[in-house]
Ligand binder design. Structure first.
Ligand SMILES: Nc1ncnc2c1ncn2[C@@H]1O[C@H](COP(=O)(O)OP(=O)(O)OP(=O)(O)O)[C@@H](O)[C@H]1O
Ligand SMILES: [Mg+2]
Length: 372
């Protein structure tokens, strides 16, 4: 296990830190190797990227080509095409080795005649050589075709991960989605893993008959990390620094976070930090102080999430946070409240606990609402 951080926060959980989810990671890996494309849509900070990167690591070591692009990092079609093609070309050892050795991008490399010649071997040069002069759509077409070209050439599968896929909307979605679909349909070696938050938007992109992506990929919910898996991981991590933690302290931690991946990691991290000044084993008071600290740090995030909601959704959340009924006799429009509940369920802010009973997907958000 990499030991750079005791509890990784602010970055996707790396190798050895993806708590539980083993069956899920295995099943995703299997589906993608079988060329089934998958949509993984889950609320913010619940571990989509962590799981996906773990899946790519496994595919990679099984000899599958992989590429990952984060749509949050691209501002135009051209950047999308550039990013995707660079990621795809990394899978060609020649390009990877050369660009590392010379410290240049593959596009600069292709301008060198001797390299162009060798890449011609791979039947790629003809199209790549013209990259600089191509218009954005030509680049997009080529970038989307690259995984299949490379897969065909090497006889291996290719899995492409697209993170924050809901942002495809900002890249001129309709035309891009149509283009993607027509390219994807013809591919024999390639499968896609789409990740996205904003439940309703992802739902719309993949489920609505009006959208060109209709029924393209299989939807997968991200399962929660079970309580015992958290306890084992946290105990073991602390033990690696010769620290112990009481069972009631762990109860307090998981009670406050509900096992929400980001929140739990952050509370665990601050618990360890605060515990440096305290005796062993770590107790409940130390955990509760870490919970406060985490909540302070999350305030701005929570505030932004709340501000993005409509007034009815805020009303519903406020009532639930204070353990009051969602619907009261005084409400003039029950149907507006029902719509707000649906929206909150779809976005994963709420989860259903039996008929008409709802809970927060992120208990720290409820705590925040009670305190503001
Ligand atoms: N399986 C896991 N085990 C342990 N920690 C996890 C796990 N998944 C996520 N985390 C924690 O949650 C944080 C967020 O994870 P990640 O970035 O993978 O989530 P995400 O759903 O992609 O988030 P975002 O919505 O911001 O893109 C990580 O920094 C890590 O601390
Ligand atoms: Mg992510």
């Amino acid at each position: 296990m990499a030991d750079d951080a005791l509890f990784p926060i602010g970055v996707p959980a790396g190798e050895g830190h993806v708590v539980d989810r083993e069956d899920f990671v295995e099943s995703l890996t299997q589906q993608l190797s079988d060329r089934v494309s998958v949509v993984l849509s889950a609320p913010r900070r619940t571990g989509k990227t962590s799981v996906a990167l773990e899946v790519l690591r496994r595919l990679n070591s099984a000899g599958v080509h992989t590429a990952a692009i984060d749509l949050a990092g691209v501002l135009s079609l051209e950047e999308f095409a550039d990013g995707l093609s660079a990621e795809c070309l990394r899978n060609l050892p020649l390009v990877g080795r050369l660009s590392r050795a010379i410290g240049r991008s593959w596009r600069e490399l292709l301008a060198r005649p001797e390299i162009r010649l060798r890449l011609h071997d791979l039947e790629l040069a003809a199209s790549l050589r013209d990259w600089e002069d191509a218009d954005p759509w030509q680049k997009v077409n080529l970038a989307l075709a690259l995984p299949e070209l490379i897969g065909e050439r090497t006889g291996r599968r290719f899995v492409v991960m697209m993170d924050e896929f809901q942002l495809v909307r900002d890249l001129g979605a309709a035309a891009l989605l149509r283009r993607m679909r027509s390219v994807f349909q013809l591919q024999q070696h390639t499968a896609f893993l789409f990740l996205g938050s904003q439940g309703s938007l992802m739902h719309q992109l993949f489920e609505s008959a009006r959208e060109p992506f209709f029924r393209y990929a299989v939807g997968q919910p991200l399962p929660p990390v079970p309580d015992p898996a958290w306890r084992k991981y946290i105990r073991e991590r602390l033990a690696s620094r010769n620290r112990r933690i009481g069972e009631d302290a762990l109860d307090a931690m998981l009670d406050a976070t509900g096992g929400h991946p980001y929140d739990t990691m952050e509370v665990a991290y601050y618990t360890h930090l605060l515990a440096r000044e305290r005796p062993d084993p770590i107790d409940r008071a130390c955990v509760l102080a870490a919970v406060d600290q985490t909540e302070d740090l999350l305030q701005a995030v929570f505030q932004a999430e709340i501000e993005a909601l409509g007034p009815k959704a805020r009303l519903v959340l406020g009532r639930l946070a204070h353990a009051r009924p969602v619907y009261t006799a005084e409400d003039r429009s029950q149907s507006a409240l029902r719509a707000a509940v649906r929206e909150l369920l779809q976005a994963g802010v709420l989860v259903r606990h039996g008929r008409g009973r709802y809970a927060f997907g992120e208990p720290m958000l409820a705590r925040h609402l009670r305190r503001t």
